[in-house]
Ligand binder design. Structure first.
Ligand SMILES: CC(C)(COP(=O)(O)OP(=O)(O)OC[C@H]1O[C@@H](n2cnc3c(N)ncnc32)[C@H](O)[C@@H]1OP(=O)(O)O)[C@@H](O)C(=O)NCCC(=O)NCCS
Length: 194
């Protein structure tokens, strides 16, 4: 197995893999590759691409969090999964992040076993990303005991960020989902690298 930075020629294959496994919005993929090629990593077996990890500095979306890199996507083909390759790919990505002078990886996790993948790799939950359909008027007033870190509009949806009260807790996550009547609740995980 070989893990290395992708070349421009491999970008099309990497995009297809990301599309297939992450259903990714790949609008920014090529643009970000041009800007930060060091953060586009491939995992190869006999020259065949079987995994990708990619991201970009967070300041491009959140200027106040300039020390962070967003892991936008990571995937290992099913037929090669669950053998430690995803963790090695993630480690390589983290090393690249440090080399570029950043100190934190941040990401929005898919639900289910993927959460356990990040926990196993020493990521910590820093907030819930709560996706609510429509416009939640007076959200701060209605949020009760939940402290709101941030509220954003994304088209028809309202996205609310709330800190977890105590680490990774699926019962709390379900309570958050019910309280907000959320379409989706995802953990934001982060790892301090240095
Ligand atoms: C998430 C993903 C990249 C993990 O890659 P991987 O090579 O299978 O991961 P690893 O073998 O390094 O797994 C490390 C740990 O993660 C957890 N894990 C990974 N896959 C798991 C599964 N299917 N079920 C339960 N736990 C799992 C386990 O704790 C595992 O350690 P263990 O095997 O010692 O129990 C891969 O499953 C994948 O591509 N999934 C589809 C795309 C996706 O959802 N990406 C994440 C988007 S946020």
């Amino acid at each position: 197995m070989m893990i290395r930075v992708l070349t421009k020629k491999e970008l099309h294959r990497a995009k297809s893999l990301a599309q297939e496994y992450l259903g990714a919005d790949l609008g920014r993929f090529s643009v970000m590759f041009e800007a930060y090629p060091e953060l586009f990593i491939g995992c190869f077996i006999s020259e065949e691409l079987i995994g990708v990890a990619y991201g970009y500095p967070y300041f491009t979306v959140r200027p106040k969090e300039a020390h962070k890199v967003l892991l936008q996507g990571i995937a290992i083909r099913w037929d090669y999964a669950r053998a430690g390759r995803g963790s090695k790919l993630l480690q390589f990505f983290e090393d690249q992040v440090v080399k570029l002078g950043f100190s934190v990886v941040t990401l929005g996790s898919a639900e289910g076993y993927v959460e356990r993948f990040y926990l196993k790799n020493n990521y910590e939950p820093v907030s819930y990303r709560i996706c609510i359909r429509g416009d939640w008027d007076n959200i701060r007033k209605q949020a009760g005991d939940y402290s709101i870190l941030q509220i954003m509009r994304e088209g028809e949806r309202t996205i609310v960020y709330v800190p977890p009260r105590g680490g990774y807790n699926l019962a709390e996550k379900e309570a958050v989902r019910t309280f907000f009547g959320a379409d989706e609740v995802n953990y934001i995980f982060e790892k301090q690298l240095q």
